[in-house]
Design a protein around this ligand. Structure first.
Ligand SMILES: [Zn+2]
Length: 157
């Protein structure tokens, strides 16, 4: 953990303070990458800034540069791990605004998309809305499967 400011009411800051360290995949100088809770699209990750910041417009140039390298690295990783076809990148933060007061912490959703099935640990992952932006059916997976997904990503980093 560096000396950047954190807000302890914020769930991303809690991850940064190592209170919820479970699915952490990678830390760079300015970003942390962890496996997203929802793995309907296998390999979905969240990239959070390692300081509490609300908006993209507040990013420093050095943070953008670090992010640019991370885009290359993570796309290459997910191609290697699951042969992802293409990628959706989203800076949404809609859920943060359902809280009163809102507590946005800058993060990106990295959602790999697939024109083919991916088989892993006896399960079949399918991108049923490939070519569209539409929530996928929820897929419940075991902790063991989550770990296999994380390990496969780490092997390809
Ligand atoms: Zn925060």
């Amino acid at each position: 953990m560096n000396s950047h400011t954190t807000n302890m009411e914020c769930k991303y800051c809690k991850i940064l303070e190592k209170e919820n360290f479970g699915d952490l995949l990678l830390e760079t100088r300015h970003w942390i990458v962890f496996l997203a809770p929802n793995q309907s699209l296998i390999g979905t990750c969240v990239l959070a800034l390692n300081r509490h910041l609300e908006n993209l417009s507040g990013l420093e140039l050095e943070e953008w540069q670090d992010f640019a390298f991370l885009v290359k690295r993570m796309e290459h990783t997910l191609k290697g791990a699951f042969n992802a076809t293409m990628f959706n990148w989203g800076c949404l933060m809609n859920a943060s605004y359902l809280k009163n007061p809102p507590e946005p912490h800058l993060h990106w959703h990295l959602i790999p998309r697939y024109n083919h099935e991916v088989k892993l640990n006896g399960l079949t992952f399918e991108d049923v809305y490939f070519g569209h932006m539409k929530p996928q059916p929820i897929k419940n997976i075991s902790l063991q499967t989550r770990k296999i997904i994380s390990d496969k990503i780490r092997e390809n980093l």
